[in-house]
Ligand binder design. Structure first.
Ligand SMILES: [Zn+2]
Length: 58
């Protein structure tokens, strides 16, 4: 996976997401030059669905 802007190899980096006051960290691919993160759509959608489920259970 390469950054489409810089054409350099993206590196996996742990990134903290803040979703409705809940913090969760996941490793995502980021460009070391411009910092653009690549989050696969299904991952983002899946994780947000998980958090929503968690909120419903509480
Ligand atoms: Zn870049």
């Amino acid at each position: 996976m390469k950054c489409c802007k810089c054409n350099v190899e993206m590196v996996e980096k742990k990134t903290t997401f803040d979703y409705l006051g809940h913090e969760a960290s996941y490793p995502v691919l980021r460009c070391p030059v411009c910092g653009q993160a690549y989050v696969p759509e299904e991952l983002a959608a899946g994780k947000i669905a998980d958090v929503e489920k968690l909120l419903e259970e509480k």
